[in-house]
Ligand binder design. Structure first.
Ligand code: SF4
Length: 167
């Protein structure tokens, strides 16, 4: 009987889906080259799946009196609650599907991991090592899950620590 493959959540834009704020993708062919046939991909786009449009205004993480918020840069509209409500449900669904790891798009205000910037209300960058909002929630719920970003793909694969990757 064939072994069950590890299920890996992947930021959908990395797999070629044109879900970014400007309607483009961030296809990274190395992900398919290195991982296809070894894992099952589960594409996830927090911003589109929580109900935001394509295209949509660019957002950033902003720190103010209410903590760190996900805001539309041009208007200051706060999308934090929308994202948090959706993510709470989605993370439970992903865990029920057996997702064992997650590869995210670096530096995104929703998907970045350890490399997303936070700004003050004047637009000054005050930190460059934060997690995106969805990732922050995922890590609270699943602190041991293997999480990486495409700009450190080999490190992510190494962390998976599976024999199937030693070819
Ligand atoms: S929210 Fe994440 S998956 Fe969606 S377009 Fe932005 S970086 Fe890609």
């Amino acid at each position: 009987m064939p072994l069950k493959k590890l299920k890996i959540g992947v930021s959908a834009c990395l797999l070629g889906m044109k879900y970014r704020y400007d309607g483009t993708d961030k296809l990274d062919p190395r992900i398919v080259e290195r991982l296809l046939n070894k894992v099952d991909f589960v594409p996830v786009c927090p911003e589109v799946e929580c109900g935001l449009a394509i295209p949509r205004p660019a957002m950033r993480l902003e720190r103010g009196q209410g903590g760190t918020r996900l805001k539309v840069i041009a208007t200051g509209e706060d999308e934090t609650r929308r994202m948090e409500e959706w993510a709470g449900v989605k993370i439970e669904q992903l865990l029920r599907r057996g997702i064992g790891a997650f590869l995210f798009k670096a530096r995104s205000p929703s998907c970045g991991h350890g490399n997303t910037s936070i700004f003050d209300s004047q637009g000054r960058c005050i930190m460059k090592t934060a997690d995106g909002l969805f990732v922050r929630m995922l890590r609270i719920k699943c602190p041991k899950m293997v999480i990486g970003t495409e700009d450190r793909l080999e490190e992510f694969i190494e962390k998976l620590n599976l024999d199937i990757f030693r070819d």
